[in-house]
Design a protein around this ligand. Structure first.
Ligand code: FES
Length: 111
């Protein structure tokens, strides 16, 4: 992912997180993130970011991000870093390491 071009406005959000909330019919061969709990993950993340008073962070749900087998997945922009977030504990870790400390939650990152 490249840098913005000269003259582009500054990014509107410091970090914009998309959590896949796609749900497919039961038995679909690719599975989906919603049936692995991603709706609760997204809600929890949103609440925690607000409780912690983190500014300029946006948590959005998204449709399928096409990495279904690795989910529940989320992608953080502008970094373009992907995470597998399968528990509230994972969310706490990614908030602390990525959003608060501007580092990476390496053990949760997708390749
Ligand atoms: S269902 Fe979440 S990435 Fe496809």
């Amino acid at each position: 992912m490249g840098e913005g071009l000269a003259g582009d406005p500054a990014p509107y959000y410091e970090t914009h997180v998309f959590v896949c909330n796609n749900r497919r019919p039961e038995g679909h061969p690719r599975g989906d993130c919603a049936s692995k709990g991603s709706e609760k993950i997204r809600d929890y993340m949103k609440v925690r970011v607000k409780e912690l008073g983190l500014q300029n962070i946006r948590i959005n749900q998204s449709g399928c991000l096409d990495r279904c087998e690795l989910g529940p997945c989320a992608v953080f922009y502008p970094e373009g870093v992907w995470y597998r977030l399968d528990s509230f504990k994972a969310v706490d870790e990614v908030i602390e390491k990525h959003l608060q400390n501007h580092g990476r939650a390496k053990d949760l990152m997708l390749p």
